[in-house]
Design a protein around this ligand. Sequence first.
Ligand code: AMP
Length: 503
Amino acid sequence: MKNSVLSWLDETAKRLPNKLALQDISGNITYQEYRSKSLAIAYKIVELNKGEMKKPIVVYLEKGKEVLVSFMGVAYSGCFYSPIDTEMPQSRVDKILEVLKPEIVITTNKLKTNFEKFNFYGSYIIYEETICSEEDETAVKPYTEKIIDTDLLYVLFTSGSTGVPKGVSICHRSVIDYTDWVTETFNITQKDTFGNQAPFYFDNSILDIYSCMKTGATLNIIPKKLFFQPVPLLEYIKYNKINTIFWVPSALIVVSKLKAFRNVDLSDTLKRVLFCGEVMPNKQLNIWRKFLPNVTYANLYGPTEITDACTYYIVDREFSDDEPLPIGIPMSNTDILVLNDEDKLVTDDEVGELCVRGTSLAMGYYNNPEKTRSAFVQNPLNKAVPEIIYRTGDLVRYNEYREIIYISRKDFQIKHLGHRIELGEIETAISSLEEVTLNCCLYDEKNQKIVLFVDAQVDRDYIKERIEKLVPEYMIPGKVIYLENMPINANGKIDRIKLKELM
Ligand code: AMP
C-alpha cells in the first residue's frame, strides 16, 4: 500500500541508482541524482514553511529535467506543485496566483526578474542555488512520512469560461491508481525510453513522469522546437532509442502529414504510440499504421479532472479514413456512466454525456467551490450514499462492440492545436476592449481557426496586440469578422447558429 508517489522514486533510486532517469538538451541525470536533488529542494521548502505542509508551491521554470526535480522536491516536503508556463501573459498568471495564493515559487535567477512583475510577495527558491547535502533526507523524512494518499500532489490550471483559470486538484492516490493501470496495460519496464512531448503544465505529462519513475524507464524530454521539424524529430527518436511516445494527436499529425517516415525508418525503434487529448483522425493514424505496422497504438481519452485519462482503445482492427476511432472502454477501477438528458443510462446507440466515477476524480477546482459543485456532482443513479461523479461535458455513444465513440462537446470548450480552450475566456478578454460591445468566438474545425465575430471595426492585428497580454498566444483568434449588428436569437442571446453560417 502506497501513501504517495514518492515510494516509487525511493524504490527506483535504490534499485537502479545509476540508471538514466531524465534526459534533456542540457544533459542527463540518474535516478539517484533525481532523488537527491529533489530532497535538496524539499529541504529548502521545509525550512521556509517552518513545519507547515499541504501548501501550494509554484514551479516557474523553462521546460527541462529541473521542473520534474522541483515537482518531486515539492512532493517530498508534503506540499503540492503547480507549474506555470513561462510564456503565459502576466494578467493570466496574476489570476492563477490570486486563486492559488502561493507563498513559495521555485525558479531560476534569470526567471525571477520576470516573476517579480507578477502579484507575488512570497519567497523564492532559486533552483541553481540549491545544493545537495547529507542532512536533506533526515530533515525532510518526517514530512514525507506524514503524507496520506488523499493529500494533493498537484494543481494544474485549465482554461475557465469566465476568464479565471480553473485549478484542477489531484491527490497522490489518483496518480498511483492511473500509473498502475498504465504500466500494467502497456508492460512498461526499466528497459523502456519515453519521448516526452507534453508540457509539464498539461495533464498528458502525468503518464510520462510517473510511468518512468515507477518502473525505472528513462524519460527523454524532446526539445520543443523539434515538433515543428518532422524529419529531425524522427531522427532524434531514432538516435535516442525512444521506444514509447504519448503525444497529442496534433503532434503525431505533423509527422504523418509530411510522411516523414519516408526519410527515417523507425520500425526497429518505436514500440508504442499512445495518444490523448483530442480526436485522432483515422486518416492520419492510417499513415502511421502503414509505415509502422508493428507498433502498439492506443487512443486514450480523458480530461484533466480525472487524472489524464479514463478510457482507452488499443487499436486492434482496420479503420477506413472516414470512420471515427473509438475512445474505447473504461480503465481498471474506473466506471463510465453515459447519461441522457434525464440522467438515465443511455440505451443502444443513444447519445449521452460521458460521466466518470472512481478514484481518478480530482478533489475539485482549487479555491472554487462554485465551479467544483457544478462539475463534480452526486451520482444521480445512487440515492443511498454520497458519491461524486465528474460530468465531462463530452457527448458520446456506444458502437456495436460496446466501445465508446466520442461525438462532440456539449458546451463552448474546444481543442485547438492540442490546447484546451474555453471560448468564453477569449470572449471575456475581447469584451474588455473599449470599442467592443458584443463579440462571439466560434471554432472552425476544418481550417483549425478560432473565428471572432465582433461589432467593432477592428482587424486581427489590432485584436492580437490588445489581447496578447491577457491570453496565451494559442487563444488569439485566427480570423476576425466585423458585423455591424450581431444576430440575436429568440432568447435574446447571440445567435451562434447564424454565425456558424457566416464562418
Ligand atoms: P484536457 O483536460 O486538456 O485533457 O482536455 C480534455 C478534453 O479533451 C476532453 O473533455 C475531450 O473533449 C478532449 N479529449 C481528450 N482526449 C480525447 C480523445 N482521445 N478523443 C477526443 N477528444 C478527446
